[in-house]
Design a protein around this ligand. Structure first.
Ligand SMILES: [Zn+2]
Length: 558
């Protein structure tokens, strides 16, 4: 049988044997079809996974803006596009030169600086495996042929650890080299989380090593001393990569004192270039992000069109935000809140939809987050819901953009139909979406928006933050670090109740720069510092607050 016919046959069988679905109104069918159009477009190959700052993100943004325009929903503060600048990863600046002897090496095939290298210029004699105080060291990356052929050997970690050690012993620069011809040589990793060191560090490929570095015995009898003639000249500049993402915001101004924010992120992982992909193949593939979060983006558009049409909803203003940069650490929502001065005085509540397209038809499970952020949400749940088996999470802090609003003291609500095996993989595609199921989610959101429009501005309540990272230490400080912060130190995004940080007086927005004797450059040194303490230890923590340094006494709980 021909494959196309087989499909037709298969559909026919399905139609006959499928159980009678719940009676759907014509309007629901229309909504499901519209959702299908939007999600198929946003998750299509032509948008290439909607990576933040990419052409695909721009196309998705155009589509979203067009939708708002067609429904007569105007822009927020005169512009639909609200761009934000951010720093993500590192890159090699073109002026970088690596010279061995008189040869300038090709930065593609012969040598490259490590992403944790200092931006610095040094030159001096080198000789393989000679390590003297005050000179550039030349170190064989692999101990032997076996190590060079070991796919599990973590070259970057090995080089980072040795660099830190070499730095302590007076090396002024390091040239790592591959003497064995590894099948898996390292390459420049701009996303490395290793913090910068104080000396230039480069890697020499096997080809370059053979081509430019003479065998030690040709240096003469006393091969332990570097000779003039083999000079390394390392002029390295590494910079942080600056990028631009764009939030899309539309607004219905009812001249009301308070505004309701409805949001969903529309960015996704592109081809996985920025990390956080769970795809294990080697060939880069488009991550379609149909559920994550074309589903929420489409739902937001449908809800916006409904709010616009529903003339009775006039007690609040309505702000619809399609965030970008979510996958890189809630960057779009953080920047929007900051740049547009979103505050708890003018904002009634924020409702966020992230991954609402995979309602399971047998469990009907819907997760509601942020329930603890306002007593108003409790009354919502008193009425039993026929469509969903609702599981609740009280915390205002979660893995999506509502978190940025919760940190401003705004009640939040987060809707999510649950995770699945296609999560953050290229296989999160449009034909796996449960369209009638998503229509039910949208109707539920509309029900909430409608009910809340008749209620006074909801009160905010802070929630307990339970999970603060997966790493197990003997002690905890009780902060939520800002993982996107890259300007030195650890920026505090949230502080847990009754934990050492809170007791010491650390506040949201503080930058931790020293813990005990250890200077904190970033997350890595923060984790290392934390691992040195045990329960009951007393020490001091230094923070920067509004440019001022403060030293606070700190006690780890028993
Ligand atoms: Zn995601």
């Amino acid at each position: 049988m021909d494959r196309r016919k087989f499909t037709q046959f298969f559909i026919a069988v399905l139609l006959i044997t499928a159980p009678p679905s719940r009676a759907q109104h014509k309007a629901d069918v229309r909504t499901a079809n519209q959702l299908r159009d939007i999600i198929y477009y946003l998750a299509s190959d032509s948008l290439e996974g909607r990576r933040t700052g990419s052409e695909g993100e721009r196309k998705a943004g155009d589509y979203i803006i067009n939708f708002y325009k067609e429904r007569g929903i105007g822009p927020y503060k005169d512009e639909y596009r609200h761009p934000f600048h951010f720093i993500y990863g590192k890159e090699i600046v073109e002026t970088t030169r690596i010279k061995i002897g008189n040869n300038t090496l090709d930065l593609k095939n012969e040598a490259f600086p490590l992403s944790f290298s200092a931006t610095k210029h040094v030159s001096g004699d080198i000789l393989p495996d000679v390590m003297e105080d005050g000179s550039i060291w030349m170190i064989s990356l692999y101990a032997d042929q076996d190590e060079a052929n070991n796919v599990h050997f973590d070259a970057e970690k090995a080089m980072f650890d040795r660099t830190r050690d070499a730095q302590k012993h007076g090396a002024t620069g390091i040239v790592f080299y591959d003497a064995y011809g590894s099948k898996w040589p390292p390459s420049f990793n701009g996303l490395s989380t290793n913090e910068s060191v104080d000396i230039p560090v480069v890697f020499l490929s096997h080809i370059a090593y053979k081509k430019y570095v003479p065998a030690p015995d040709t240096f003469g009898a006393d091969s332990t001393k570097p000779k003039a003639g083999l000079v390394a000249d390392l002029d390295i500049t590494i910079k942080k990569t600056e990028r631009i993402g764009t939030n899309i915001a539309a607004y219905i101004d009812n001249k009301a004192p308070y505004t309701v924010v409805l949001g969903a992120h529309y960015d996704h992982l592109g081809r996985g270039e920025d990390g956080s992909s769970l795809y294990s193949g080697t060939e880069p593939l488009i991550h379609h992000g149909a559920d994550d979060n074309a589903s929420g983006s489409a739902a937001l558009l449908e809800v916006a069109a409904w709010v616009k049409k529903h003339k009775k909803l006039r007690h609040y203003n309505y702000l619809f935000i399609n965030f970008s940069g979510e996958e890189l650490g809630l960057l779009g929502s953080k920047n929007f809140v900051k740049d547009e001065h979103i505050d708890s005085i003018h904002t009634a509540y924020m409702l966020n939809m992230d991954m609402v397209g995979r309602l399971n038809d047998s469990t009907h499970s819907l997760e509601l987050g942020g329930i603890g952020t306002s007593p108003a949400w409790g009354t919502l749940l008193e009425k039993p819901n026929k469509e969903f088996k609702i599981s609740i999470d009280s915390s205002g802090v979660g893995p999506s953009d509502h978190t940025s609003f919760y940190h401003e003291g705004i009640p939040v609500l987060f809707l999510f139909t649950g995770t699945h095996k296609d999560y953050h993989k290229p296989s999160d595609v449009a034909d796996k979406i449960n369209y009638p199921g998503e229509v039910e989610v949208i109707k539920y959101v509309e029900e909430i928006v409608k009910k809340m429009d008749t209620e006074p501005k909801p009160h905010f309540t802070a929630t307990k933050q339970t999970s603060l990272g997966k790493v197990n230490f003997k002690v905890t400080l009780g902060i939520m670090p800002d993982y996107s912060y890259q300007e030195g130190g650890v920026r505090v995004d949230g502080v847990s109740e009754n934990k050492p940080a809170k007791n010491a007086g650390i506040k949201e927005g503080d930058i931790i720069i020293q813990l005990g004797d250890i200077k904190i450059q970033g997350m890595q040194s923060y984790m290392e510092a934390l691992s040195k303490f045990k329960a009951g230890d007393k020490t001091k923590v230094t923070v920067k607050r509004s440019g001022q340094q403060m030293v606070l006494p700190l006690e780890f709980l028993k």
